[in-house]
Design a protein around this ligand. Structure first.
Ligand code: ZN
Length: 215
């Protein structure tokens, strides 16, 4: 339907765009024009006062919410590597995460817990939240977000092992009533000794639980 041309050679979208002077393929439509068209299709009047600047705001919001595409997660970690002899578990818990599900482009959000056992190298602790930020500010599914964080740490720090757990609630399920309002989806990715050793995994999971329950 998008490609269908009117008799005057314009497409449907073109005829709705008062400000468009360009010819008429969808890829040449501006972001703002596409949002405006979406408003029309939803049955709205894009010229009413509250909506006039909405296309511009939506563009800015989505650029912000997907800015992780422009950043290189491995480069971030490589810049912050330190040599150490420490070989106990390093844990960063309860990192707030906001992402957009790639199926509906609606938010999912929650907490990320990351742990690793160093093998001669660590990264600055502040880099873990930054890493989570880079991957979550993209269109995602929770499972892939979880494994991307774990695999990037495994690849760059080369620790003995890494564990990542994400607990998140998805607006695309909650708002549509697909799941109970307060249920959270939990995903995990365990690599190296976190995968092989039950004891390591148990220690990680119990440390996460302590904080969550406030005990
Ligand atoms: Zn979704």
């Amino acid at each position: 339907m998008w490609e269908k041309c009117n008799e005057d050679g314009t497409t449907g979208i073109y005829s709705l765009m008062k400000s468009t002077t360009q010819p008429t393929t969808l890829t040449s439509a501006s972001y703002e024009e596409l949002v405006r068209e979406m408003l029309v299709r939803l049955g709205e009047d894009p010229d009413r006062e509250g909506l006039i600047r909405t296309p511009e705001r939506v563009k800015k919001a989505y650029e912000f919410l997907t800015r992780g595409y422009k950043e290189d997660p491995e480069a971030l970690l490589r810049k912050a590597l330190f040599t150490v002899t420490y070989d106990e578990m390093v844990i960063v818990k309860d990192v707030e995460m906001f992402s957009l599900c790639e199926h509906h482009m609606l938010p999912f959000f929650g907490k990320v817990h990351v742990a690793y056992i160093p093998n001669g190298k660590v990264i600055g602790l502040s880099k873990i939240p930054r890493l989570i930020e880079i991957f979550s500010r993209r269109l995602q599914i929770q499972e892939r977000l979880t494994t991307q964080i774990a695999e990037t740490i495994q690849k760059t720090i080369e620790p003995q092992g890494v564990g990542v757990v994400i607990e998140a609630r998805h607006l695309c399920m909650m708002m549509r009533g697909v799941e109970k309002q307060h249920s959270a989806a939990v995903t995990s990715s365990m690599l190296g000794c976190f995968r092989k050793e039950q004891e390591t995994r148990t220690e990680f999971l119990s440390l996460i639980r302590q904080r969550t329950n406030g005990t």
